[in-house]
Ligand binder design. Structure first.
Ligand code: ATP
Ligand code: MG
Length: 413
C-alpha cells in the first residue's frame, strides 16, 4: 500500500521551519512495511491544500497530512477537507466538552476561538490528541484513507505513535519488512559500490542502499514480502556477501556506533584510552563519553588548541612545531606519545588538522588532518583529507580516530 505525506504551513515554504514531521512519519510508516512514495509541502492557502489533497488521494491509498488544524484564521486544513470530500463541518459536542475540560484543568477559561476545534468534517474518524486540543481527523473510505494531524511536532508524534500506527497495523496493509544495517568507516561510497557490485546477484524483494554520513557509509539491506522466511534468507545471504567482501571496513550493525564498539573492545580487553585534540576541540572526548560506562576505559582528553599547550602539556618540541607545523604527521605522533605519557593509558589518540574554512594552503588544503595513535607497540599518524565543511571535518576526524583505534585493537590493516 502506498503512502503519501503532505505537510502544510507557509513557514515550511519560507524555510523558517524545517519539516521534521514528514521525516518522523516516514520513518514510522516504513517500519510497518508500507511504502512512502510521495511527500509534498504546501502553504496555508485553502485552494492549494485542496489541490495537494486531491492529487494525493488519487495516487496513494493512505495520505497523512500535518499542520493547519489550529483555531486561527491561517489554519485552513479542515476547510480544504470538507471541499475535497464534500462534507460539512459539524460540531462535536463531546469534543467541545473535552477541550473545555482541558482548559479548566490548566485553570484557564477556554478562549471562544477554540470552539472551532470541535468543528469536524461530518463522518470523521477521531484520533485522540493527549497533549493539545487539535485532534487527528480521519476521512476513511473504501479505497483510501486521508488523515490530518496537527502540525505541532510533539502532538503529531503522540498521535502517530499511540493512534495512527496501531490503527494502520490493525488494517494489515503492510508487507513485513526485514532490515539490517551494516556500518562502515574508512571507505567511500563509490569504492564500496565498486567492490560490492562485482559478484552481486540481485534477488527480488531485497534492496541494498548506500547511506553516507559523518560516521561513514551505512549499508542498509531491506527485504520485504509476505513469505517471511524466504525474505529473511535473502536478506541473510546479501548481508553475509557484504560481510565477506568488505569485512575490515564494517565496525558494527544496526544500533552499534563507533564509540559503543570501541567501548566494548576496550572493556573486553581491559584497556584504557585518552585523547589529545587540537582542531576537534574536545569533540572526540564528547563522542566517547556518549556511551554509558565509558568511565571504565576513558581517562580524559587534553584540548591542546594552542601550540604552547601542545608543548607544555604534551611535550611536543618547539623545534618540531617550527619545522613541520602543528598540522603534521610528526606533531600528531608527538601529541599521541605525550598524551599516553600524561594519562598513563594503553592507547592515546591525537587529532590535529585544518578544519576550515580558512587556514588551508596548497600543501595542506582545508580538511587536511593528521590522526595519531600511540600504544605500547606502535606510534604512528595517518594523513586524511575530509573536505571543506568545518563541522563535517571535525566530526569525520573523530570517527576516523575511533576507527584507527578499532583496527589497532583488532590488528586489522
Ligand atoms: P496549532 O493548533 O498550534 O495551530 P496546527 O495544526 O495549526 O497547530 P501549525 O500551525 O501548522 O499546526 O504548526 C504549529 C507549529 O508546529 C509551528 O510552530 C510550526 O512551525 C510547527 N510545524 C508545523 N509543521 C511542521 C513540520 N512539518 N515539521 C516541523 N514542525 C512543524
Ligand atoms: Mg496553526
Amino acid at each position: 500500500m502506498d503512502v503519501e505525506i503532505i505537510t502544510i504551513g507557509d513557514e515550511l515554504l519560507l524555510g523558517r521551519t524545517i519539516d521534521t514531521n514528514s521525516a518522523y512519519i516516514a520513518h514510522k510508516i516504513s517500519a510497518l512495511g508500507l511504502n512512502v512514495r510521495f511527500k509534498s509541502s504546501v502553504g496555508d492557502d485553502v485552494a492549494e491544500i485542496e489541490e495537494a489533497i486531491k492529487l494525493a488521494v488519487k495516487r496513494s491509498g493512505v495520505v497523512i497530512a500535518t499542520g493547519g488544524l489550529g483555531p486561527t484564521d491561517d489554519d485552513n486544513t479542515k476547510k480544504a477537507i470538507v471541499k475535497v470530500f464534500q462534507r460539512r463541518l459539524v460540531f462535536d459536542e463531546k469534543l467541545l466538552e473535552d477541550i473545555r475540560a482541558r482548559y479548566a484543568r490548566r485553570g484557564i477559561e477556554m478562549p471562544a476561538i477554540n470552539q472551532n476545534q470541535a468543528l469536524l468534517p461530518s463522518g470523521s474518524h477521531i484520533f485522540k490528541n493527549k497533549i493539545g486540543s487539535a485532534v487527528g481527523i480521519g476521512v476513511i473510505e473504501k479505497d483510501f484513507m486521508f488523515i490530518a494531524l496537527p502540525g505541532v511536532p510533539v502532538e503529531m508524534r503522540q498521535i502517530i505513535d499511540d493512534e495512527i500506527i496501531p490503527f494502520l497495523k490493525g488494517k494489515s496493509l503492510g508487507r513485513p519488512l526485514q532490515m539490517v544495517t551494516l556500518r562502515t568507516n574508512g571507505i567511500i561510497e563509490s569504492q564500496l559500490a565498486e567492490i560490492l557490485s562485482q559478484d552481486l546477484k540481485p534477488e527480488s524483494g531485497v534492496k541494498l542502499a548506500y547511506l553516507p554520513g559523518e560516521s561513514g557509509v551505512d549499508l542498509r539491506v531491506v527485504g520485504s514480502g509476505d513469505k517471511v522466511e524466504i525474505v529473511g534468507e535473502s536478506v541473510r545471504r546479501l548481508v553475509s556477501y557484504i560481510e565477506k567482501k568488505v569485512s575490515k571496513h564494517i565496525y558494527g550493525r544496526d544500533s552499534d556506533t563507533l564509540p559503543s564498539v570501541i567501548g566494548q573492545l576496550l572493556n573486553d580487553n581491559d584497556k584504557t584510552v585518552a585523547a589529545a585534540e587540537s582542531c576537534t576541540g574536545g569533540m572526540l572526548g564528547e563522542m566517547i563519553t556518549t556511551v554509558s560506562g565509558s568511565s571504565k576505559y576513558f581517562l580524559g582528553s587534553i584540548v591542546a588548541y594552542a601550540n604552547e599547550i601542545k608543548e607544555r602539556q604534551l611535550g611536543v618540541s618547539k623545534g618540531l612545531l617550527e619545522k613541520h607545523g602543528a598540522v603534521s604527521e610528526e606533531c600528531a605522533v608527538e601529541m599521541a606519545v605525550g598524551c599516553r605519557r600524561v594519562f598513563e593509558c594503553d592507547y592515546a589518540l591525537s587529532i590535529t588538522g585544518i578544519s576550515g574554512p580558512d587556514g588551508g594552503s596548497e600543501d595542506k588544503p582545508v580538511g587536511t588532518t593528521y590522526i595519531g595513535l600511540s600504544s605500547a607497540h606502535t606510534n604512528f599518524a595517518r594523513r586524511f583529507n575530509f573536505g571543506v565543511d568545518r563541522q563535517t571535518n571535525r566530526a569525520r576526524a573523530c570517527y576516523a580516530a575511533l576507527e584507527l583505534l578499532r583496527r589497532e585493537i583488532l590488528d586489522i590493516d
